[in-house]
Design a protein around this ligand. Sequence first.
Ligand code: IFM
Length: 453
Amino acid sequence: MPIDPPHLFPEHFVWGVATSAFQIEGAARADGKGPSIWDRFCEQPGAIADGSSGDVACDHYHRLDEDLDLIAALGVDAYRFSVSWPRVQPEGHGAWNERGLEFYERLVDGLLARGVKPYLTLNHWDLPQALQERGGWASRDTVQRFVDYALGMNARLGDRLAAITTHNEPWVIATLGHEAGNFAPGLKSRATAAQVSHHLLLSHGLAVQALRAEGSRARLGIVLNLAPVHTATDRDADRAHARLEDGRLVRWYMDPLFRGAYPDEVLEFLGADAPRVEPGDLAAIAAPMDFLGINYYSRNVASADGSWRAGRSGLALTDMGWEVYPAGLTELLLRLNRDWRLPPLYVMENGAAFRDELTGGRVHDHQRVAYLAAHIAAVGDAMAQGVPMAGYMVWSLLDNFEWASGYAKRFGLVHVDYATQRRTLKDSALWYRDFLRRQRERQASRARPLEVA
Ligand code: IFM
């Protein structure tokens, strides 16, 4: 059994687990839900590695109480989930679907009844297909549709939410969905991706302003997938490439959110593909937030010729082929704190896929325990150096639909047997539960927070 991270985190630090609607809910056509862009994307031959879809997933929609009990059994403070926009508003505008809203109401009330804080994400990628047919995120019209959706959800649930995240990982939506095309909606245009990223940021800023004007009680923020971008070699071309990648992944999002401007270097790179920005947009994007969420899995290594492959470094790899690199999380958090004026930060996702085996009713996923312990320690290291950390959430509560990789990649603390939908707590779930207990015991014994044992 690996040793716990040595740090003692403060009592107000929020520990949680995270999921997203499309990856766990299933019930793709139940109770009036409309199709999302991911429902459509899964129908394209070859789009998903194992040919699967989100039709059933973890059947969470029909197993809500069982899953709420699992969350409670872990002893976490918070649960981060997303709302399927087409479940609550099938066309993405106009009529609301009462049965969809009731599901999220039961979810939020079920969390509160179990003493768990609800952290709601509005957009974890499953845009209503009806909006895609009107141009999707490339259309400025979708910005206002999103603001209306945010207000509708806040009117229904806002009084019971701890936090509202506008978007999860806008880089992924823009770049993988609209430039690389390996995620929904499967488009391949750099110009479209740049416009999409701007509309996502704009809709975030306008939603934050509108929610504040409504007197929203939930804390408001956005979640970015960020990583340190290292250069593969010392050659000038590789260094320049790493710098550009950092611009496109990190500064393209951080600068408008916290400085009110896109980075010149990336605008120059985009040239004619740069987004159309209207007067007032940048001020709206920079609307003050209550928190910034970071999703961290590994570092990026950039080379000019694209030849660098994970594995050359000799570091251990997860089942996604991603390097296990906890030092990158400390490096990232320190850099963010140095280069921008930040609100409180959360690690909103961190975790790893490994080839778990269920044997004799147990999953001995010691690699995941080691991964989580090392990354939690990396957060503690950043905090000890002054980074204003507010919480940490494991990705993910359950094994689930890993987008274009299908169901083969298992990120859960809880194993899901997809044939029976049986849930089994992996050793990592038991470790996380016990680690949180030990933290609370140490807090109660009044050791000073963030002391190293
Ligand atoms: O499963 C995803 C999640 O939906 C967004 N962040 C990364 C995870 C692992 O790839």
